[in-house]
Write a protein that binds this ligand. Sequence first.
Ligand code: DOR
Length: 446
Amino acid sequence: MPSLLITNAVVVNEGRRFEADVLVTDGRIAAVGGDLQSRPADRVIDAAGRLLLPGMIDDQVHFREPGVTYKADIASESRAAVAGGITSFMEMPNCKPPTLDAEQLAAKYARAAEVSRANYAFYLGASNDNIDAIRALPVGDACGVKVFMGASTGNMLVDDPKVLEAIFQDCPVIIATHCEDTPMILAKEADYRQRYGEDVPMDAHPLIRSEAACLKSSTLAVDLARRHDARLHVLHLTTARELALFTPGPIAGKRITVEACVHHLYFDQRDYAEKGALIKCNPAIKRPEDREALLGAVAEDRIDVIATDHAPHTLEEKAGKYFQAPAGLPLVQDALPSLFGHVQAGKLTLEQVVHKTSHAPAACFNVQERGYIREGYWADLVLVDPSKPVTRSREQVLYKCGWSAFEGRELPATIAATIVSGEVAFEDGQVNDGVRGQRLAFGPTR
Ligand code: DOR
C-alpha cells in the first residue's frame, strides 16, 4: 500500500488541538509529529488550514442489504459515508431476511468485504425466539446484539418478558436497544386515526410516538441491565425526561451508555412544517427543549456517543400520508458536517464532537486499534475544511434514495478527504471506488 504524508494539519484528537504532520505506512499511523516533512512518502497532502480528525465511527446505520436494496445497499451507502467523513459503520439487522443467526451475519460480512468503501461490522438481531443464537455468539462476530424493545421498520419487536430477561442475563456482547413502548404507541395511533382518519398531521408523530412511550421502555431497559449487570447501550435518545436514567462521566466504568443521533440534535418539532415526512423517524424528533437538553447532555458526558441511525427510504414512500410514510432518513453524508453547526453555535467544542463520534464509539464497543490518531493504530482519518460551508443540494447527494433532509440547509464545513485504513477513499468531492474497508475487530464488552 502506498505511504502517505499529511503535512501542516491541525490535528484534533483526545481533547487536544495541535499542528502536526502525520505519516501513514501500510495502512497504519506510523508517526505523528511536528517535523516529519523530510520523511519519504509516496504521496504528500498539504493540509494547511484544514483540520485532521479521527474518522467517525457510526454505531448505528441501516444499509438495507440484503433484501431491501431498492432503498439502499452497502456499496451505495458506504460511498455516501466516506463522503461524509465516516470511516467505519456498524449496521443494523432489520433487513430481509433479518440478521438473526450466524449464517446471515457471515453473509453480510462476505458482502461487505466485496463492496464496502468503509470499515464495517454488523449487529446480530434479537427476536422472541433466537436466544440460542445470541448465547452462542462469539465476541467479534458482531459489534453487538440489537434489541427492538419498541417496534419500528422491519417488525423485529422483542416483547416476551422471559426472552428479554434471558437476553440481558446471557448476551455475551453489548446490547443495543431501541426503546419505545409499542402498546402505548398503538393506543395513540388508534386515537389519532379516530380523530383524523388517514390525514394525521405529520407533526403529531412525537405525540403518537410519545415521550411517555420512550421513558417507559428505556426505564425497562435500564432496569433489566442493572438487575443482570449487562452491558447496555441505549440507542437514539430523544427526550429530556429520559436523561435522568443515565449518569454523566467517562465511558470507562459505565455499564450503561447512551447515544444521541445527529437528526435529533439538529431538527425539532418546528421542522415538520417544512420537512414533513422526510424527518418522520423512530423515535420521533421532539420539542426544541428536548433538542437543547440532548445537546447539553452530550456536553456534560451524560450522552456518550453521537451516531446517525441512517435509515433511507425512497421519496415515493415518503410521499405517503402519515401511516404510510416509513420512518427514517438518510444521514451518513451529512452527519459530521452538521455537527460543526453545534460547534459554530457554541453548544459543543470540536474536541467534544471528535470524542463523541470517534473515541467514544471505539471505547463503548471496544473497537480494536481505531478511533484515535495514535501511532500504530489504523489510519482512519478525515480532513475537514472549516472555512468552506456547503449548502446541501440534491445533485450532491450520494444516497441511493437520492434525497437528503438537509437539502437547502447550509452545513458549516466541508469534508475535504477521508482516509480508510490508510487509503484515500474520498477526496475533493470524488469517491475512490477502488478502496475497500476492513472488518472491524472487537475486544470483550460484556
Ligand atoms: O426511523 C427509523 N428507521 N427508526 C428505526 O428504528 C428503524 C429505521 C429504519 O430501518 O427505517
